[in-house]
Ligand binder design. Structure first.
Ligand code: 5GP
Ligand code: ZN
Length: 117
């Protein structure tokens, strides 16, 4: 499904690079972050390669909703839905995006400050 050859997360999705998979279906893939910043730190990526949120097209609306619905499901599965969790999309360098295949961070298992640093 529309891979980009040099993309780290496309390689994780296709199994070329190993990951700790949390969930997969025909449109999304979720796996544990290699450098967790919270007791629960999971990334949800679309199988379709989209570099940043700026590249989202109208046809991706259902897919982006699916990513959030998947986060909700995983949060419940991990037992952090009632206490609370944080979802983050970083877009471009200034926001902290380092991998250019969109991904939703699910962070949970501790208290988070606001505003973020
Ligand atoms: P960003 O900074 O782009 O929002 O998030 C990228 C995330 O990908 C970071 O939290 C980083 O720890 C994670 N990451 C980078 N390389 C790998 C990898 O090879 N495997 C996994 N599982 N996570 C990675
Ligand atoms: Zn990709």
């Amino acid at each position: 499904m529309s891979e980009s050859p040099d993309c780290l997360f496309c390689k994780i999705i296709n199994g070329e690079i190993p990951s700790k998979k949390v969930y997969e279906d025909d449109s999304v893939f979720a796996f544990e972050d290699i450098n967790p910043v919270a007791p629960i730190h999971i990334l949800i990526v679309p199988k379709k390669h989209i570099a940043t949120l700026n590249e989202l097209e109208d046809e991706d609306t259902e897919l982006t909703g699916k990513i959030v619905q998947t986060a909700k499901m995983i949060a419940a599965d991990k037992g952090i839905n009632e206490e609370g969790y944080r979802l983050i999309f970083n877009c471009q360098e200034k926001a902290g995006q380092t991998v250019f295949h969109i991904h939703l961070h699910i962070l949970g298992g501790r208290t988070f400050g606001w505003p973020p640093g």
